[in-house]
Design a binder for this molecule. Structure first.
Ligand SMILES: [Zn+2]
Length: 266
């Protein structure tokens, strides 16, 4: 019973966080920008109060601006739905439901704090996913606060300091070396900060798992795009998008993936 209450609370929090994310990120034709109000990107009319209702608001206004009738991007309700689903899944993880395991360092009575850390990190990761996909940038305004949450959260949850720092050094260093060797042509500063975030959050072992998952997903999508001729060789693949997705997957199932892999050698 109480578990259902927690999951419902997480659902509500996810819908609110998704709505807030939509208000903070405006999608223009060219890119995405941070803003403080949710307004029509065509006529700048502030959103109708009905539209502010998560997910359902979009359908209540029939997906159009109430003033100029411009189409509201479907990504708005989709973002809210994704936030809601992820918040529920991470609440289930914090409660040890659905076969999702608590990280070994987290005690049962710390599960609320685990959820708070995860919810904040996942919110940043979803926005990084969207930003890099749409605008080819990994904003510092997302990675740096998320890095602080990862560090403080992990220390508060009793994760030893050494693996956290080692993870940041390893993954951040991995991109920093590429940045130096290529003089910034292969990867950008945003990738280095994304690597630091992943390392501080996951530590060295799971950090490497996430990095490999991101490369596998990136390569698979890249090959698919080439075969389907949607993009040519030289075009940009938004790697931050794959890193954000891989980090979320690793937070949930990284330990199982690592155990499964190491099982081949043991
Ligand atoms: Zn409008």
């Amino acid at each position: 019973m109480s578990e259902a209450v927690y999951l419902l609370a997480a659902l509500g929090a996810g819908l609110l966080a998704g709505g807030l994310a939509n208000a903070c990120v405006m999608r223009t034709r060219e890119s995405l920008i941070f803003t403080t109000s949710r307004a029509c990107s065509i006529c700048a009319e502030p959103a109708h109060p009905k539209e502010l209702l998560p997910v359902f608001g979009y359908f209540a206004v029939k997906g159009r601006c109430h003033r100029c009738k411009a189409v509201i991007p479907w990504q708005y309700p989709a973002t809210e739905a994704v936030f809601a689903v992820l918040f529920v899944v991470f609440a289930a993880r914090a409660l040890g439901l659905w076969g999702l395991e608590l990280p070994m360092y987290v005690l049962a009575n710390e599960s609320l704090w685990l959820f708070v850390r995860d919810a904040m990190i996942v919110s940043a990761l979803v926005l990084i996913f969207v930003f890099d996909y749409r605008a080819y940038i990994i904003p510092d305004r997302l990675t740096i606060p998320a890095m602080v949450v990862a560090l403080v959260g992990n220390l508060a949850l009793g994760v030893p300091m050494l693996p956290i720092l080692l993870g940041g050094l390893l993954l951040g260093g991995f991109f920093a070396i590429q940045f130096l060797v290529s003089k910034g042509r292969w990867v950008g500063g945003g990738d280095i900060r994304m690597g630091l975030l992943m390392g501080f959050l996951l530590g060295p072992w799971l950090g490497v798992v996430a990095l490999l998952l991101a490369y596998i997903a990136g390569a698979a999508v890249g090959v698919w795009l080439l075969i389907s001729k949607k993009r040519d060789m030289g075009s940009h693949v938004p790697f931050g998008t794959f890193m954000a997705l891989a980090t979320i997957v690793t937070m949930l199932w990284g330990q199982q993936i690592l155990d499964w892999y190491l099982g081949f050698f043991g």
